[in-house]
Design a protein around this ligand. Structure first.
Ligand SMILES: NC(=O)c1ccc[n+]([C@@H]2O[C@H](COP(=O)([O-])OP(=O)(O)OC[C@H]3O[C@@H](n4cnc5c(N)ncnc54)[C@H](OP(=O)(O)O)[C@@H]3O)[C@@H](O)[C@H]2O)c1
Length: 235
């Protein structure tokens, strides 16, 4: 089993790396980091430097990994050092919007383009991206956070479109969007005080939910959007 965790140094990404490394000691695990490579790492994990928004970086990594069984993109962005998500359209800023698309939408498209060959196999394979319920158009009751919402909605559309194209081209690949719930990582820190008791999950819990979900799904489930509790989310 060959597993690639893109964004393996992020909060959820790191927990996924550790979970797979302990659950599947015989697996070869590849993980990527952008800013800093974690100091301690399980034995069966090999790290690569990757800026996943740069196509030449993604192409070069794909050239090194000709076969992948499970690819999870755990990268993303909600806020920057000087910008929080918008409360109203008056706060909309084109640069922040573009940052959101670049971090939350573009990487999955590049990964699908360059890893399609590695994921094409007679055995089951998985292409999974961390999305967010907030990217569901039908579930949107609150408004706000317009750049992140739009970027995750675009990610969802991209995943659905890829799943349809791959139904014939990669018939054994299952393409999934995953909502982790509010998870205790750097990404959610500015918003954690509003989370109801019991609804702030540890990254380890979320990693287990996702690995369990992947194990329970097959190619016929491709094109689905699932929550941490295994329930389907409407687009
Ligand atoms: N945490 C939550 O409550 C929550 C809720 C819903 C959805 N999600 C989604 O879950 C995913 C993981 O989030 P998280 O909570 O683990 O956040 P996190 O701890 O902030 O990790 C995000 C990671 O993405 C990496 N990244 C961003 N742009 C990148 C790029 N161009 N190239 C390579 N790496 C890049 C960051 O790398 P650097 O360290 O180098 O910046 C960081 O390691 C995201 O897609 C997020 O939208 C999270």
């Amino acid at each position: 089993m060959i597993i690639l965790i893109v964004g393996g140094s992020g909060g959820i990404g790191r927990a996924l790396v550790n979970r797979y490394a302990s659950e599947q000691p015989e697996a070869q695990i590849y993980a990527t980091y952008r800013t800093s490579r974690p100091d301690t790492t399980p034995q069966n994990v090999q790290w690569f430097h990757l800026d996943v928004s740069q196509e030449d970086n993604v192409r070069a990594l794909a050239a090194q990994l000709p076969k992948v069984d499970v690819l999870i993109n755990a990268t993303g962005l909600l806020h920057t050092p000087d910008k929080l998500p918008e409360k109203s359209i008056q706060e909309f800023d084109p640069d922040f919007f573009n940052d959101n698309l670049k971090a939350n939408t573009l990487p999955t498209l590049l990964l699908a383009k360059h890893f399609a060959k590695a994921l094409k196999a007679k055995r089951p394979t998985y292409f999974v991206a961390l999305s967010a319920r907030i990217g569901s158009i039908s579930d949107n009751q609150l408004g706000g956070w317009i750049s992140y919402r739009s970027a995750k909605a675009a990610l969802n559309m991209a995943l659905k479109t890829i799943s349809i194209e791959w139904r014939y081209k990669l018939p054994n690949c299952c393409v999934l969007a995953f909502h982790p719930g509010t998870t205790d990582t750097a990404l959610s820190v500015p918003f954690q005080k509003n989370v109801p008791p019991g609804k702030l999950f540890s990254a380890d819990f979320v990693a287990q939910s996702l690995t369990d979900l992947i194990q329970s799904k097959q190619a016929s489930d491709s094109g689905g959007f699932y929550s941490y509790d295994g329930s389907a989310i409407t687009w």
